[in-house]
Every structure is written in structure tokens, then in C-alpha cells.
Design a protein around this ligand. Structure first.
Ligand SMILES: Nc1nc2c(ncn2[C@@H]2O[C@H](COP(=O)(O)OP(=O)(O)OP(=O)(O)O)[C@@H](O)[C@H]2O)c(=O)[nH]1
Ligand SMILES: [Mg+2]
Length: 405
């Protein structure tokens, strides 16, 4: 089986190329959209990466050569039958298989990421010569594969961009390590795409279904209440039943939540005691989702609420952490992770994000999946499923309108 990735500006264009190179028997196994900045020039292009595969037995010798396969010059190859009319198509089965494989890969990646990073960091430490004073972010020279001068320049450009974005040195070093494994003589676009791919791989999406009962904790003002309301709105749009519980006794907040909840015709329960929590659970037990907004640490009023929060965390509701992408206090966040058994992260204020380093540095340390992004202040629309593509767009200085960030 031969597998190849094609980068193109549209799916139809990619399919045309695949047909030409792989023939009618090829099938597409995955697609993903990337936004890359072409050659650091102003013009931004959106491109699609299409992965296709085909059994070698269907390819002519010329096609095999074009695809870089080793060809036995005297061996016979089965020629494609031009009359069979099989079309290159987005096979549902192939896509499901690819999706399953991708999910499995993500689980493994999350589990083994730490070990991998430690191993790579150790390798980097062994291979890297003494860092020079001002060039710590420069790619370390590689003995066996000398980096060409032109490539060095492109890499230095990428490094400068990553530094500007606030990406931590250890993450940049990991990118260098990744780059060292690649073949030389790559074009600027190839290198950029490789870097985009590297940073897309740092992102772990939360792919399982939202649990029936989920609580949302996080630092003060990180956007917990807004995210719970936005999520409730999203669930309502899917015609599912959702109830909101809040542990925040602040009357102003309760009033704001009441208004939003009544607008979307969704029950709101203010939880003051463990008993009221149990009663509310009984009352809304048959709902599809119960979303619990927790009070931030500074807003905790009674020991009972504190105990309830602990209990929620321990057993009642899997917890998500909500962080403002603009303002992550790494130390505090790490402490928070210790108190919560965290199922996943959510980032709010993604709409106000102009540098992605702060988020990537945290993801690199936390290695937790990310569920949702808050992308504005509007409760009824400013939420989206978190994606690596969005972060990569910020990282490479591209916003939705294709302008420099
Ligand atoms: N621009 C932008 N603002 C947001 C987003 N999410 C929340 N906000 C704003 O951030 C502020 C705080 O949001 P809340 O939802 O009250 O935060 P909280 O974590 O519940 O706050 P406490 O309960 O007081 O700890 C509000 O002014 C929100 O409108 C977002 O995704 N983008
Ligand atoms: Mg709140």
C-alpha cells in the first residue's frame, strides 16, 4: 500500500492530482485544513492536506516511479483497468477507520508524551553542543546531515517567529529535534508546513462525548460562568435537555445567569448546600446534561461550598478547567490541576489572542485534551469546539480574515 499526503488549495484540485498520480483505485483516508503563510510573504493561503492511499498492484511502473516507490524493472505490475470506472472518493469506511486510528493515536500520544519528551530532551542534551550566548533558539548543527545554508536561513526565520510568539525554549528545542529527523533540501513552504504540522500535533482535542454531569472550575474571572452558559446554549441548539447548576452565591452573577437561562428556557439551580445539590440531581437526573458552574476560589463563602466543590471534584462530576488564553498563570494553574481531577481544558478569550506561546507552553506541560474555545462575549454564539488549527493560525500570525495578527 502506498500512502501519500497532498497539499492543495482545494479538495477538488487535490483529487485531480491524486487521480493523476495514483489512478482511479486510490482512496482518500483523511483531510484537514491548514492555514499557512506563504513564504513569509503577505499573501496568506488556506490549504488542504489530503492523505490518499492505493495498492501498488493497481499502479503502472511510471506511476510507481512518480510516487517514489522502488520498482523492479523486470517485474510485472497489474495495470489499472480503464473500464472499471472506480472513482476516487471519500470512502466513508476509510474515513471511519482513519478516524478510529487517529483517536487511538491521540490516546497513545497523551499517555506516552511525557516519556517521549523526556527521551527527546535527553537526546537533545547529548547532541547539542554548548549553547552560544544569544543563539539558544538556533537549530543545533547536525553532524551527519549538515543543514544547508538556505535551510538554516528559513529555520532562523521560523525560530524568530516562534520566539516572537512566546514559545518556550524547550518547545523550540523539540521542534529542532523534529526537524533534524527530516530530509534536507526542503523548500520554505515544506518547512513551514512541517512546522505547522508539528504544532498541530501538540494539540490534543477532547474527542469523547461531554459527560452527562460536568463541572467547570478555574481561576477567578477566567470565563467559567460564560462558558457554562454558552455550552448550555449549544446543547439546547442540538435539541437536548440541559440544566445549569451554580455554586456561585454572588447575587449579581445569579441574576445574570437567571436571565440567560430563562432566555434559553433552561432550568437554573443555585446550590448552597450538599442537600440542595442532591435534590437538584434527583430532579434533573433524566436530563441529557447538567453543567455545573463553580465559584472561583476567592468567591467561596462557606466551608460547605468548599466541601461540596471538593466532593464534586472527587466523585460527582468530572471536572473541566477553564482558563483565559490571555492570562495564564502557569504556577497557579499547575496547582489547580493538583486539586482537580481534570478531564480536559477549555480556553476562553481566544478572540483576544495575538500570541499563542502562552497556550502552547501550558499545553506542552499539561498534556491534557482541550474541549472548547470561548471566542467572544456573546453567550448565544461565541463558543467553538477547540481546534489545533485555530491556535496554529494565531501562532503563524494569521487571523480569520487572513491579516497579520
Ligand atoms: N472576549 C471574551 N471575553 C470573555 C470570554 N469569556 C468570558 N469573557 C468575559 O470575561 C469576563 C469574566 O467572565 P465570567 O464568565 O464571569 O468569568 P468567571 O470565571 O465565571 O468569573 P468568576 O466566577 O468571578 O471567577 C466577562 O466580562 C466575560 O464577558 C471570551 O471567550 N472572550
Ligand atoms: Mg463565575
Amino acid at each position: 500500500m502506498i500512502t501519500k499526503k497532498y497539499l492543495s488549495e482545494s479538495l477538488s484540485e487535490a483529487i485531480e492530482t491524486i487521480k493523476k498520480e495514483m489512478g482511479q483505485k486510490a482512496s482518500i483516508t483523511a483531510t484537514r485544513t491548514l492555514k499557512v503563510k506563504k513564504g513569509f510573504l503577505r499573501s496568506a493561503k488556506k490549504c488542504i492536506e489530503v492523505t490518499a492511499k492505493v495498492d501498488e498492484s493497481y499502479l503502472t511502473r511510471e506511476q510507481l516511479v512518480m510516487l517514489g516507490a522502488e520498482v523492479d524493472l523486470v517485474g510485472e505490475k497489474k495495470m489499472p483497468d480503464p473500464s472499471d470506472g472506480v472513482r476516487v472518493s471519500l470512502s466513508k469506511e476509510a474515513r471511519e477507520q482513519a478516524h478510529k486510528a487517529q483517536q487511538q493515536e491521540q490516546i497513545e500520544r497523551a499517555d506516552h508524551f511525557k516519556k517521549e519528551i523526556e527521551k527527546e530532551a535527553a537526546e537533545i542534551a547529548n547532541n547539542t553542543p554548548e549553547p552560544q550566548a544569544e543563539t539558544t533558539a538556533q537549530p543545533p548543527p547536525v553532524k551527519d546531515k549538515p543543514v544547508q545554508e538556505e535551510t538554516q536561513e528559513i529555520l532562523a526565520g521560523i525560530d524568530a517567529l516562534l520566539k516572537e510568539q512566546g514559545i518556550a525554549d524547550d518547545l523550540i528545542a523539540l521542534w529542532h529535534h523534529h526537524f533534524k529527523k527530516m530530509s534536507q533540501g526542503l523548500s520554505q513552504d515544506d518547512l513551514l508546513n512541517e512546522c505547522v504540522g508539528f504544532f498541530l500535533d501538540r494539540f490534543i482535542p477532547f474527542e469523547t462525548n461531554l459527560p452527562k454531569i460536568a463541572s467547570f472550575g478555574g481561576p477567578a474571572g477566567s470565563g467559567k460562568t460564560s462558558l457554562v452558559l454558552k455550552l448550555a446554549f449549544l446543547i439546547k441548539k442540538q435539541k437536548k435537555k440541559v440544566a445549569i447548576f451554580t455554586l456561585d452565591g454572588n447575587l449579581g452573577v445569579i441574576e445574570q445567569m437567571k436571565q440567560a437561562a430563562s432566555k434559553m428556557d433552561c432550568p437554573l439551580c443555585v446550590i448552597y448546600q450538599i442537600r440542595s445539590f442532591q435534590n437538584a440531581l434527583k430532579e434533573y437526573g433524566d436530563y441529557d446534561h447538567i453543567l455545573i458552574d463553580t465559584a472561583s476560589v476567592s468567591a467561596k463563602e462557606t466551608q460547605e461550598i468548599e466541601a461540596l466543590q471538593k466532593r464534586l471534584v472527587q466523585m460527582e462530576a468530572p471536572s473541566f478547567v477553564v482558563l483565559s488564553a490571555r492570562d495564564i498563570d502557569n504556577e497557579r494553574t499547575v496547582k489547580l490541576f493538583k486539586n482537580f481531577e481534570v478531564l480536559g481544558l477549555n480556553f476562553t478569550r481566544i478572540d483576544e489572542l495575538y500570541t499563542a506561546g502562552i497556550v502552547y507552553n501550558l499545553l506542552h506541560k499539561a498534556r491534557l485534551p482541550v474541549a472548547y474555545f470561548g471566542i467572544g462575549t456573546k453567550i448565544d454564539e461565541d463558543i467553538e469546539t477547540a481546534s489545533g488549527e485555530r491556535l496554529v493560525s494565531v501562532l503563524f500570525g494569521l487571523q480569520d480574515d487572513g491579516q497579520m495578527g
